[in-house]
Write a protein that binds this ligand. Structure first.
Ligand SMILES: NC(=O)c1ccc[n+]([C@@H]2O[C@H](COP(=O)([O-])OP(=O)(O)OC[C@H]3O[C@@H](n4cnc5c(N)ncnc54)[C@H](OP(=O)(O)O)[C@@H]3O)[C@@H](O)[C@H]2O)c1
Length: 366
């Protein structure tokens, strides 16, 4: 039976450590977990079974293994120390017999996005970023549809547009919408991206380094590697949709608490083919996975045991190919979730209603 492994790591330290070690999660505070994570070895989490291709019935199995570092730790420690720990975790995958390794969340963000890690390991590696791009953009398109926002006349924004995932998301959206804000921290890099994209874009492209321009956007795809929230309630206009692909999240939980006129969806969630059991709760309902996990699984189902998505420059060809491979084996965009809760049709109706009411005072003043 073909096999894969996927590296996860604590993102919300207390919550995630509790999922594997309830006692440690209870007694340690966040700072202690952050500190102790430096000395922790890689952790075996679970065996994954029940995945079955919808195309040919092929079954595979896999494993979750954890790199103990938190995002903060990965940003603070020297790059070589982080690589060392991820490579150690990869060795555990090799010992288990995995034929391909996926890098979850920040293990794919750090440094050169998997290149050094793949060189050091004997099994092929993928970051999962190519499939994350299609899933995120499709989720935003579908959310636009249910919120009645026609894409061709929409103003959209990609936050973290100079990033590995952000760049291709921007490229795809630039072909869909009327106006697209490219938002990041480095103006020069944003201008370079704008110049590259404008050759094929139908959208007017505007670069920005402040979140204030988000007030002008109806559709927002956010995918930064910030370890704290970057989008707050006051940045957003009534009736807008935000697809948050980043882990840790980019959108403040305050948005859910105080803005019932905005649809925030978790980006990158898909249904996995077959009666899958992850034997570990990573916060999704049964049968669903992150797009980056799904890329690793789809490659194993396809028998493509090769380095697939590595580095900070994703290619459109890979993004389209993995989309085809995943669709063929039965991966599907999942329903909407927001801050780890299902979004019902009634809630979407309520957001649309609240947005209409929230716009009324502005109209009355005009
Ligand atoms: N949901 C999923 O399935 C999934 C899959 C893979 C990855 N992810 C998540 O996606 C995110 C991005 O990954 P990536 O590989 O694309 O990362 P990346 O290549 O490092 O790009 C990160 C982008 O975020 C920007 N950024 C960082 N901190 C910022 C801040 N404080 N304010 C504004 N912009 C900021 C960077 O801007 P500069 O150019 O200025 O540095 C860059 O454009 C991570 O959170 C990762 O965990 C999710």
């Amino acid at each position: 039976m073909d096999t894969f492994a996927f590296i996860i790591h604590p993102i919300d330290p207390k919550r995630d450590v509790s999922r594997k070690f309830p006692l440690l999660g209870r007694v340690l505070n966040e700072k202690q977990i952050d500190f102790l994570s430096t000395f922790f070895p890689p952790v075996y989490i679970s065996e994954i079974e029940g995945i079955q291709s919808a195309a040919n019935g092929k079954e595979i199995k896999g494993w979750f293994i954890a790199c103990p570092y938190t995002p903060r730790r990965m940003m603070e420690l020297p790059e070589h120390a982080v690589y060392r720990k991820i490579i150690q975790t990869g060795r555990l995958a090799e010992k288990l017999g995995a034929q391909i390794l996926g890098l979850g969340a920040f293990t794919s963000v750090v440094g050169d996005a998997g290149v050094t890690i793949a060189k050091a390991l004997d099994i092929p590696v993928t970051t999962g970023d190519s499939y994350t791009v299609t899933v995120a953009v499709d989720a935003l398109r579908e959310a636009a549809l249910v919120m009645d926002i026609p894409l061709s006349g929409a103003t959209a924004a990609v936050v973290g547009a100079t990033g590995a995932i952000g760049q291709v998301c921007a490229e795809l959206l630039a072909e869909d919408v009327e106006r697209l804000y490219l938002i990041g921290r480095r103006r020069e890099a944003l201008e370079g991206l704008r110049d590259r994209l404008k050759v094929r874009a139908r959208a007017e492209l505007i670069v920005g380094t402040s979140m204030d321009v988000l007030a002008d956007a109806q559709l927002i795809l956010t995918v930064t590697s910030a370890i704290h929230e970057v989008i707050r309630p006051e940045h957003l206009q009534p009736g807008s949709v935000v697809c948050d692909v980043a882990r840790p999240r980019d959108v403040s939980a305050m948005v859910a608490a105080v803005r019932d006129d905005i649809l925030v969806i978790d980006g990158g969630m898909v249904d996995v083919p077959g009666p899958v059991d992850f034997h570990f709760n990573f916060g999704f309902p049964a049968g669903k996975a992150y797009a980056c996990m799904a890329e690793t699984i789809a490659l194993a189902l396809e028998g493509r045991f090769e380095d697939y998505t590595l580095g900070k420059h994703l290619t459109r060809a890979r993004v389209e190919e993995i989309d085809r491979i995943a669709k063929k084996h039965g991966f599907r965009l999942s329903g909407f979730r927001s801050f780890e809760r299902e979004v019902t049709t009634q809630q979407i109706e309520a957001v649309r209603r609240n947005a209409k009411n929230a716009r009324l005072p502005y109209i009355a003043h005009m």
